[in-house]
Design a protein around this ligand. Structure first.
Ligand SMILES: Cc1ncc(C[n+]2csc(CCOP(=O)(O)OP(=O)(O)O)c2C)c(N)n1
Ligand code: SF4
Ligand SMILES: [Mg+2]
Length: 337
């Protein structure tokens, strides 16, 4: 942050965005407003809103195909009060790098005013954790460009009707993994640990974080930190999705909270190679608070309605392992021999 301030006026440096300490300090201006057609209770839309608010007006947003493209850019109607461009489903990373490089070239040639402009690319879990993983990986290697990639994870290919993705949780009922009489659990793969994988594998990437929009201040400030620190950065948001997760839209906030309280979704950041847990996740990691049973999260959602006691016990055991056996509890799934 300090570095960014010292370089203010230099267009190759990031914007200096101080953290907002408390709800009263948060800017009132909205840059993602009315005019979208996302489902009621859509937390991905909430992530867009918080992200745009945190970034402010000197920002360009690039959106990969998915709900946050389709529902936000219906003909003649858009909630974006920022310049926005669609990019192909798997290309959030390359669109971000290309835009940051183009801005720099235009400013260097005197074709644009020289000023730091935030470049944010947004993609879903299908577009980010699966199809566009290589483009994000490449973007995180190009340390000369300042950009942020926000992966909004509704745990399915939601826009095309809730198909299973590499980020879908174990056992979830999706249109590609419906429970049946012969096979109750159709989706047996464990959710990809995308944020930590990207942090560990890109040693010069200065900032990777996880967020959930139920914790709005944390989300706002992580976006501000990611944009201020410099270089390519990545944020992974877990987004309750009433349509795909099958619950009443009024419970979106509560379900997001439960994801953290049960330990299913750890909140952390890895800034300059240092891992810091946040809020309850920090207390779980240090052993000063107890996680709620995962059952409280799972049984609130229709996508897990077919779960038996054994299925719940399996998810509980895997979650316990994440907090009790991993080298860095809740984040890095290694153990020293
Ligand atoms: C290369 C390509 N394959 C398939 C599609 C069809 N498609 C459009 S959106 C989408 C789902 C994307 O899922 P995700 O990235 O998780 O975003 P979400 O819809 O969940 O918001 C798919 C498969 C496409 N647009 N491009
Ligand atoms: S399907 Fe899910 S992610 Fe897509 S608009 Fe609806 S609530 Fe949001
Ligand atoms: Mg998705």
């Amino acid at each position: 942050m300090q570095e960014a301030k010292e370089n203010a006026g230099d267009f190759t440096s990031p914007q200096a965005l101080d953290p907002w300490k408390g709800i009263k300090k948060v800017a009132r201006e909205e840059y993602f407003t009315s005019g979208h057609r996302t489902c009621q209770g859509c937390e991905s839309a909430q992530v867009m809103r918080l992200m745009a608010k945190a970034a402010g007006p000197r920002t360009i947003v690039l959106g990969a195909t998915g709900c946050m493209y389709v529902a936000n850019t219906t003909y003649y109607s858009t909630p974006w009060v920022l310049p926005w461009m669609h990019t192909q489903l798997g290309s959030a990373g390359s669109a971000a790098t290309g835009t940051a490089a183009a801005l720099r070239a235009l400013m260097r040639k005197g074709k644009m005013n020289k000023e730091p402009i935030n470049v944010i690319a947004v993609c879903g879990d299908g577009g980010g954790a699966d199809m566009g993983l290589s483009a994000i990986s490449a973007a995180l290697l190009h340390t000369q460009y300042n950009l942020l990639i926000v992966m909004y994870d509704n745990e399915s290919y939601a826009n095309t009707d809730i198909q299973v993705s590499g980020s879908s949780p174990y056992g979830a009922n999706t249109s590609f993994s419906p429970p049946g009489k012969a096979h109750r659990i159709m989706h047996k793969r464990w959710k990809k640990n995308t944020a930590a994988m990207l942090a560990v594998g890109h040693t010069e990437c200065r900032y990777v974080a996880t967020v959930v929009s139920s914790n709005a201040i944390d989300t706002l400030n992580k976006v501000r930190r990611a944009l201020s620190i410099g270089g390519p950065t990545f944020i992974h948001a877990l987004d309750p999705c009433p349509k795909g997760w099958d619950y009443d839209p009024k419970y979106s906030h509560e379900i997001g909270e439960l994801a953290v309280e049960t330990g299913i979704w750890p909140l952390y950041e890895i800034a300059d190679r240092k891992l810091k847990m946040y809020g309850r996740s920090q207390r779980f990691a240090s052993g000063t608070a107890k996680r709620k049973p995962v059952e409280e999260y799972l049984l609130r959602q229709g996508r897990f309605a077919h779960f038996t006691k054994e299925d719940i016990a399996y998810v509980q055991a895997k979650t316990d392992e994440m907090w009790e056996k991993w080298l860095l509890p809740g984040a890095i799934a290694l153990s020293a021999v």
